[in-house]
Design a protein around this ligand. Structure first.
Ligand code: CU
Length: 149
């Protein structure tokens, strides 16, 4: 099942409408993307193409998925090249405590990866914050769980 952002774009003022393209999204990613879409508007980057923003396309773990621990490979794929040295992945525990993960050397310019080690069973969130080539920062969270052994 897919969702298109065209209805959203068509509700925007005429002056802005030309800046958006149709993006086909899976239902799983549509909600966070919509948030980013409007975050991008608030950041004031309405003059360039949508592709200039780093929008999350795919993640491992997937949102709401259950992974087997204790070590979790995190891989985030974006629609645009990102500056890994100025991008952050933080893991947040259910109690709100968090730790910043060491990001790995980029295998591809549009991905950001890290490994979380020693995770006990429970609920977590991956908080990402990335810098795109147009100088704009986007961020988001991916909730996931580590299953009991
Ligand atoms: Cu931008």
């Amino acid at each position: 099942m897919s969702v298109t952002l065209i209805p959203l774009a068509s509700s925007l003022p005429n002056a802005l409408r030309g800046n958006f393209r149709s993006i086909e999204l899976s239902e799983r990613t549509a909600r966070p993307l919509r948030h980013l879409f409007f975050a991008a508007l608030i950041l004031g980057c309405t003059s360039g193409p949508v592709a200039a923003h780093a929008i999350l396309i795919e993640s491992t773990p997937a949102p709401q998925s259950i992974s087997s621990g204790p070590n979790i490979a995190i891989r985030l794929r974006f629609n645009a090249r990102i500056d890994a040295d100025r991008s952050i992945i933080t893991l947040i525990r259910k109690d709100g405590s968090s730790w910043k993960l060491q990001t790995l050397k980029q295998r591809e310019p549009n991905t950001l990866a890290a490994t979380a080690t020693g995770l006990q069973a429970g609920d977590y969130r991956i908080r990402w914050r990335v810098l795109a080539p147009d100088g704009h920062i986007t961020s988001g969270e991916i909730p996931f769980s580590v299953g009991g052994s």
